[in-house]
Ligand binder design. Structure first.
Ligand code: F6P
Length: 411
C-alpha cells in the first residue's frame, strides 16, 4: 500500500520516567517552528481525564490485573484512533506518548496505524540518581497527593517494576531508534522505510537544546578576596549583595530549578534567587564542584608561585592539560562536567529557563560545551562575578550573551 508521504506516526517507547514526554514536547515545539503540524497523544493524561476513580495505585499496572489491563488498552486505542483522525485531517505528525513497552501493544499500534509510516523512539536511561530525581518530580502530580512522599515514591517504583516485567526491547519493528535519552546518543537505528521529516527528527534527538540557559558564577567569597583557590569559603557581604541583585534580576522570570555545586558559595548565591521565586528548588550536583586543585587547595596563586614554582610553571605552560598533583585539571574535568550538564538538562524537562550557579573553571567548561573554543583557550574564558551568560542553543538558534545584572556603580 502507498503510504501518505506527508504524514508520520511516532510512537514513544520506554519505562516511566525515561524522558519520553520531555522529548515528545520538545520535538513538537521544534517541528511546529517549521509549520509541521504536530500533536501529542499522551495516554497518562487521557487516563487521568477519563477515569473518575483513582488509577495511580501500583496494582492498576499489574499485568495480571485484568481490569487495569483492559482499561489501559482501551485508553491506548482511543488515543491511536484520535491520532489517526488528526492525521486524516490537518496533522502531519502524531506522537503517541506512552510506555508502549510490550510487543502486544506495539502490534496493536502497527495494525491500527498501518495507513501511515510509523517510527518508534525508545528512550533508555538507567542512571539511578537521575531516575530518583525524575520520580520525585513525577509524584508532584495531583494523583499522588493523598500519599506521603515516601509512599508515593514506593508506589511509582512499583509501577515501574510492573512495566519492566512486560518490557520487550525494540528489534522486530521496521523503523526505530533506540536513544540514550540522558546523553542524546543513538544506541541503535533501523530505518527501512522512507520516513518524512526523519532527518529533522534525528538531528533533534542528538542535539542538546536549551531555550534559555543562565550560567552564573557564585558571588564574591573571602577566598576570592585573598586570591585563594578551591576550599569552601562562604560569600562576603559584597557576594551576598550580588546574590540579592541576581535574585531581583530574575524575579520576573520563572526559574523552577537552580543547579549548583555542593559548595557553600554556590548554594548561598542560589538561595536568595530561590526566595524570590514562587516555585523553585535548588539541586546541588557534585559534577559542578570547582576544579580540585589537590596539593594547592586553599593556597593563593602567589603562594603557589613561591612555594611550588614547578607547579606554577608547568600549569602556565599548558593550563588545559595540566593536572594538579592529587587533584584535577581542565582536561580531567571534562567527563564530569558533561555528565552534570546532561543531568541538569534532563531534570529541567521542558522548563523555559534553566539556571546553573557554578564556579570559574566549571563555568568555562560548561560554556565550551555549547560554544566551540580551542582547548588551549578554554581556561582563559572570562567568567566575571557581576555578569552572567545567557545562552540559547536550539536546533535553529544559537546565542551567547554576557549580561550585567546590577547597574554600574558611579565611579
Ligand atoms: O579563584 C577562584 C577559582 O574558582 C578557584 O577555586 C579555582 O581553582 C580557579 O578559580 C580556577 O581558575 P584558574 O583555572 O584560572 O586557576
Amino acid at each position: 500500500m502507498n503510504k501518505d508521504p506527508e504524514k508520520l506516526f511516532v510512537a514513544m517507547v520506554g519505562l516511566p520516567a525515561r524522558g519520553k514526554s520531555t522529548i515528545a514536547v520538545k520535538l513538537k515545539e521544534n517541528l511546529r517552528k517549521d509549520a509541521i503540524k504536530t500533536r501529542i497523544f499522551n495516554n497518562g493524561q487521557l487516563r487521568r481525564r477519563l477515569m473518575r476513580k483513582n488509577t495511580s495505585y501500583p496494582e492498576f499496572y499489574n499485568p495480571n490485573n485484568r481490569e487495569g489491563v483492559e482499561l489501559r488498552e482501551k485508553i491506548a486505542r482511543i488515543n491511536i484512533e484520535r491520532a489517526k483522525s488528526y492525521l486524516e485531517r490537518e496533522g502531519n505528525i502524531a506522537i503517541l506518548d506512552a510506555t508502549n513497552v510490550s510487543f502486544n501493544r506495539r502490534n496493536m499500534i502497527m495494525d491500527l496505524a498501518n495507513k501511515y509510516p510509523l517510527l518508534f523512539i525508545e528512550c533508555i536511561n538507567n542512571d539511578e540518581q537521575i531516575l530518583e530525581a525524575s520520580i520525585r518530580r513525577k509524584i508532584i502530580l495531583p494523583e499522588f497527593q493523598h500519599l506521603s512522599e515516601e509512599s508515593a515514591m514506593h508506589s511509582f517504583k512499583q509501577r515501574i517494576s510492573y512495566y519492566k516485567s512486560i518490557y520487550n526491547r525494540l528489534g522486530r519493528e521496521k523503523n526505530f531508534v533506540r536513544l540514550d535519552s540522558l546523553n542524546n546518543k543513538i544506541l541503535k537505528e533501523e530505518i527501512h522505510d522512507s520516513l518524512p521529516y526523519y532527518d529533522r527528527i534525528r538531528d533533534f534527538l542528538v542535539t542538546d537544546s536549551v531555550s534559555n540557559f543562565f550560567l552564573i558564577r557564585h558571588g564574591e567569597t573571602y577566598f576570592n578576596l585573598e586570591n585563594r583557590i578551591g576550599g569552601d569559603s562562604p560569600l562576603t557581604e559584597k557576594g551576598k549583595s550580588q546574590a540579592s541583585a541576581l535574585a531581583r534580576y530574575f524575579q520576573k522570570k520563572s526559574i523552577p530549578v537552580i543547579f549548583t555545586s555542593e559548595k557553600i558559595r554556590t548554594v548561598e548565591t542560589a538561595e536568595p534567587i530561590k526566595e524570590l521565586q514562587e516555585h523553585c528548588s535548588i539541586i546541588p550536583l557534585s559534577e559542578f564542584n570547582e576544579i580540585d586543585s589537590g596539593v594547592c587547595e586553599a593556597m593563593s596563586y602567589e603562594e603557589i608561585k613561591k612555594r611550588m614554582p614547578s607547579i606554577y610553571a608547568s600549569r602556565k605552560l599548558d593550563k588545559y592539560n595540566y593536572v594538579y598533583p592529587g587533584g584535577e585539571g581542565y582536561v580531567t574535568m571534562q567527563g564530569r562536567i558533561d555528565r552534570g550538564i546532561k543531568k541538569a538538562l534532563y531534570l529541567s524537562g521542558n522548563a523555559a529557563n534553566i539556571m546553573i550557579v557554578g564556579h570559574r573553571a566549571v563555568n568555562r567548561m560548561i560554556l565550551s560545551h555549547f560554544l566551540y573554543r580551542r582547548k588551549e583557550d578554554v581556561p582563559y574564558i572570562y567568567i566575571p562575578q557581576d555578569k552572567f551568560y545567557h545562552i540559547i542553543a536550539t536546533q535553529d538558534k544559537k546565542l551567547f550573551q554576557l549580561k550585567r545584572f546590577e547597574p554600574l556603580s558611579k565611579a
